[in-house]
Design a protein around this ligand. Structure first.
Ligand code: ATP
Ligand code: MG
Length: 662
């Protein structure tokens, strides 16, 4: 049998299969392999103490949950702890020489930062920040790329009890200024520059422009990517060089400040996929407990592992699952500075091989990118993941199977993790050794989490009935946001008002609204449909954009697709399809026909797309999510709206120009 016939058979077999069992060698070594975990966490709220017990507390809590003033909950109240102590100091006795952060620069630089090194660097930076006047509860804004300075500064802030607000490095000066204003921040920490696709980017100029724009007058501290500031960059005399400060505070030690469990640890703005980003405020005790607990139970990491979450620390995934969770558990966490395709499309696999990565975390959008490039870029690299995860968007079964086969070698367990900036950690995801994998489905609720689906009138839909509804979470959990920074009203309005009795002070009358639609399948698994706003009404039929996109993705030549609604006088709304083709495929009427045909076959003739637009790029957020609202505005010839959180702000205009030309 030829290779390609072999391939076809395998694809067919994989496709027919609905569930995939975790490999027994995985189950044998897993951190959680006893289903009793669900019963333990079923003891609400005490079950969550199991996560809090993973941490070292200065004072143990009096109360697990204070629900006296919903939705402003208190977790582990009366307890005190320090996050930097938990992520660094407490590991020194057992593993001070073990690598904490394994950093690979895009230019090939490499650093192995042991827990002892991290301890020294965090202390010196904490002393430096204090010497600049940073006090407990001052918000420090970090505009740093994927270099060790970022986690070091975060942990230094945590050490002195100053909440950090990390702004993704790719964001513009305006986005930075807006967040400095919103967080009332008087300190900005930045860097001269960093590497992206072989180029040294002048980063500090964004701080310059942001300082012109903001109404505040923050102190600006500047790290350098190399020992000296880069020749191509000029740093204002008004700024303070971090290197000079560190020199002054060599070998200094700063006692970790005992923080109340409810004191804020950081602010993190949402991705802005659906509108203006919300500044989520996260608490110290509950957040850290939840990040550590889910890292241990869901990501299944142990201190001996080399774990790589190939996301950016500039969004919540990186906070919980590059920095706080893995370091609280004392593991080795990999960080990569650059682009996945620089200098070649095998860079990720080269790094995985070089560091012998055990656990790998990425996003569906990255998987689709790898699919688009083709499996030849993976072949020949010797790595062996035992566990892989995805986050950020629903993963189409198509992409899941590809991930399973080509990256996991049909031998790794995969979990899809549904959660949000607001939730601090995973909420719906299978525990990897306990549940079968099901492509396209996020799976069961995490221990102690109680999701439900409501119809638009707020009535609960019968559980596991296979129907779709609004996803809510009925009980609070330790990782949840405390509020939207400085805006309790927006907090209530956005997350609670729709499905809660807001006059009640009984917490059971309050439900957290996720803003996503989901189906609770008969097997108990939750399948996430995407945003509630991404549902369209075609001739009286309600269709999720996800379903349409999955149908389009079935066409071989399609690498990535986004479907949005175009207003239509007769049908109400009709789908427009935006498509990126796989490498080497030319656009043609034939491909167009096959895309239209796939939608007609999978969904029905009524859903026939009005337009199929071939594009080079889709408008995406920094975290790789498609901003469908922008495409929808293009389809309907409307103003674009807020584009500040786009990774590449020019994409919508390019698409618009192209559509005019076609
Ligand atoms: P904003 O709230 O500003 O519009 P955002 O919701 O994209 O932006 P994030 O908090 O980064 O900001 O993303 C959370 C959202 O991502 C979820 O509400 C959901 O729509 C989507 N999501 C995350 N993980 C998954 C997953 N595993 N499956 C499906 N969707 C997911
Ligand atoms: Mg959101």
């Amino acid at each position: 049998m030829s290779d390609s016939e072999d391939e076809v058979r395998l694809e067919a077999r994989l496709r027919e299969q609905e569930y995939f069992r975790p490999p027994s060698k995985f189950v044998g070594q897993a951190n959680v392999s006893d289903p009793a975990v669900y019963d333990r966490f079923g003891e609400f709220p005490d079950g969550f103490e199991e996560y809090a017990d993973l941490l070292d507390w200065d004072d143990r809590w009096d109360k697990v949950l204070d629900a006296s003033n919903p939705p402003f909950y208190g977790w582990f109240t009366g307890g005190t702890l320090n996050a930097s102590y938990n992520c660094v100091d407490r590991h020194l006795d057992d593993r001070k020489n073990q690598t904490a952060l394994l950093w690979e620069g895009e230019d090939g630089d490499q650093r192995n930062i042991s827990y002892q090194d991290l301890y020294r660097e965090v202390n010196e930076m904490a002393a430096a920040l204090r010497s600049m006047g940073v006090e407990e509860d001052d918000v420090v804004t970090l505009h740093l790329p994927m270099v060790p300075a970022l986690p070091v500064t975060m942990l230094a802030c945590a050490r002195i009890g100053a909440p950090h607000s990390v702004v993704f490095a790719g964001f513009s000066a305006s986005a930075l200024a807006e967040r400095v204003n919103n967080a009332e921040s008087d300190y900005v920490v930045t860097i001269d520059g960093y590497y992206r696709r072989g180029e040294f980017l002048d980063h500090v100029q964004k701080a310059d422009a942001a300082m012109d724009e903001t109404e505040r007058d923050p102190e600006v501290l500047v790290w350098t990517r190399h020992d000296e500031p880069h020749d191509s960059v000029s740093v204002s005399d008004d700024y303070t060089m971090v290197a000079d400060l560190l020199e002054e505070h060599r070998r200094e030690r700063v006692d970790p400040v005992a923080r109340d469990a409810e004191d804020p640890l950081f602010l993190m703005y949402t991705s802005g996929t659906t509108g203006k980003p919300k500044g989520c405020q996260h608490r110290t005790g509950g957040y850290l407990a939840y990040a550590a607990g889910t890292s241990k139970y869901v990501l299944d990491i142990e201190p001996e592992d080399t774990y790589w979450c190939a996301a950016d620390i500039g969004w919540i995934t990186g906070h919980s699952y590059i920095v706080y969770g893995p370091l609280a558990l004392g593991t080795t966490s990999v960080m990569y500075e650059g682009a996945p395709d620089f200098p070649h499309k095998s860079r990720i696999w080269e790094i995985a091989e070089k560091y012998d990565v055990d656990v790998f975390h990425t996003s569906p959008t990255a998987v689709r990118q790898f699919m688009k490039w083709g499996p030849e870029y993976i072949e020949g690299y010797d790595f062996d993941f035992r566990h892989m995860t995805t986050v950020g968007e629903p993963i189409q079964p198509e992409a899941w199977l590809w991930y399973y086969k080509h990256i996991g070698d049909e031998d790794a367990v995969i979990v899809d993790t549904w959660w949000q900036t607001e939730t601090g950690g995973h909420l719906i995801t299978n525990l990897p050794a306990l549940e079968d994998m099901k492509p396209g489905s996020a799976g069961l609720p995490a221990p102690g989490i109680e999701p439900a689906l409501l119809d638009d009138d707020g009535e609960e839909i019968e559980p596991a009935s296979g129907q779709a509804g609004n996803l809510i979470i009925k009980k609070p959990w330790p990782g949840m946001l405390q509020t939207v920074y400085g805006n309790d009203e927006r907090f209530i309005e956005t997350y609670w008002a729709d499905f809660s009795d807001t006059d009640s002070d009984d917490w059971t009358d309050w439900n957290y609204k996720a803003g996503d639609g989901a189906v609770h399948e008969r097997d108990g698994y939750f399948r996430i449909l995407g945003r509630l706003d991404d549902v369209m009404n075609v001739a009286g039929h309600r269709l999720g954009t996800m379903e349409l996109e999955s149908a389009v993705a079935e066409v071989e030549d399609v690498a990535e697709a986004a479907v949005v609604s175009r207003e239509h006088t007769e049908k109400g709304e009709v789908p427009d399809v935006y498509v990126i083709l796989r490498e080497g495929v030319e656009e043609s009427d034939d491909v167009r026909q096959r895309i239209v045909g796939a939608v007609e076959d999978e969904i029905g003739k009524f859903a026939r797309p009005a337009n199929v637009v071939f594009v080079d790029d889709l408008p995406k957020t920094r975290s790789g999510k498609i901003m469908r609202r922008l495409l929808e505005n293009i389809s309907n010839d409307k103003e674009l709206g807020d584009t500040t959180t786009l990774r590449d702000p020019d994409v919508p205009e390019r698409i618009r120009d192209q559509m005019k030309a076609d």
